[in-house]
Design a binder for this molecule. Structure first.
Ligand code: NCD
Length: 319
């Protein structure tokens, strides 16, 4: 496999390989000297057309820990704000010799375009495209679940995961559903009808509008809360829920809902969080919360992805 564009690019073997290598990478990160010589002399370009704090710094840390040279490009203050296109930006950066291009873009499909239009010879990694996909987030979430669930045995087959909130605008939800399905987990999406995408019936998961009933009936091993993505809600299309208070009452992870969870269940969120809207401070800061750990795990997972792609060692497809 040359690029990582979608969580669906990974079959079970490839996904497990990334997660296993991520574990080895994480072990190296507990040493005093964290830097590995693996990608010395290779160049990784971070091409971020959308604001991002944790994902961009996570890829940057991952590439640097592998000794790659890193070029950070963000659209703000660049020629993109002067109207330069993805194509011209990509060609310019290509001239600098990119072995890997990590791309985040507001348009769904932009990384596919970059990978298949011949604008770069490097490996393309999708770091979030519009409302479409965010495969490395799904990998770090699966990695986090593997460490906590089933006594840390690493097998997610049969694990029950409930993903709650603004599924409509969430590339995290889509990539998680695809990857968790590949790994054999059972996913239920919970959202108000206005925040579930059309065609959800064809996704490999269940769905519901009732959070309390789902938590009681499914008895999940992991509950993943999604950010309400206000910046993607077009006010001219009317509102997606009556009020923040009503959303929080029906779909927020309040303390009373935490009490419905099994002792071993974990609480996840990809960040950034709207505290008090989709998640209460009690839930975000509880002992069940893996939210800070997810960020740390992201570095090990991205080290694994960059290493495997650049070494040509990721099995599967011609994506
Ligand atoms: C997510 C994203 O950007 O898609 N965040 C992230 O990558 N850590 C989710 C979000 O913005 O809500």
């Amino acid at each position: 496999m040359r690029h990582l564009l979608s969580a669906a690019d990974l079959d079970r073997d490839a996904a497990v390989r990334v997660l296993d290598v991520a574990e080895e990478m994480a072990a190296t990160q507990r040493r005093e000297i964290k830097k590995l010589p693996t990608l010395r002399g290779r160049t990784v370009v971070n091409l971020f057309f959308e604001d991002s704090t944790r994902t961009r710094t996570s890829f940057e840390a991952a590439a640097k820990r592998l000794s790659a040279d890193v070029i950070n490009f963000s659209a703000k203050g660049s020629s993109v704000s002067k109207g330069e296109s993805l194509k011209d930006t990509a060609l310019t950066l290509e001239a600098m010799g990119a072995d890997a291009v990590v791309v985040r873009h507001g348009s769904s499909g932009a990384p596919h375009r970059l990978a298949h239009a011949g604008w770069t010879k490097g490996a393309v990694v999708n770091a979030g495209d519009g409302t479409h996909e965010h495969p490395t987030q799904a990998l770090l979430d699966a990695y986090t679940m593997r460490r906590h669930l089933r006594g840390g045995t690493g097998d997610l087959a049969g694990a029950k995961v409930v993903i709650v909130g603004d599924v409509l605008h969430s590339r995290v939800a889509r990539s998680n559903v695809l990857l968790l399905h590949t790994l054999g987990a059972q996913v239920t999406l919970v959202a108000p009808p206005t925040l579930l995408p059309v065609g959800i019936e064809s996704w490999p998961c269940a769905s519901s509008h009732d959070l309390d009933a789902t938590l009681r009936e499914r008895d999940p091993d992991a509950v993943m809360m999604l950010r309400v993505q206000a910046e993607r809600m077009d006010a001219s299309q009317g509102s997606f829920f009556p009020s923040a208070r009503e959303y929080s009452r029906r779909y927020g992870l309040a303390r009373t809902r935490l009490e419905l969870l099994n002792d071993h269940a974990i609480v996840m969120h990809p960040g950034p969080m709207n505290r008090g809207l989709e998640i209460s401070a009690e839930a975000a800061d509880s002992v069940r919360s893996t939210i800070v750990e997810q960020v740390g795990n992201g570095v090990a997972v991205r080290m694994a992805v960059l290493y495997l792609l650049l070494a040509g060692e990721l099995p599967g497809g011609d994506a």
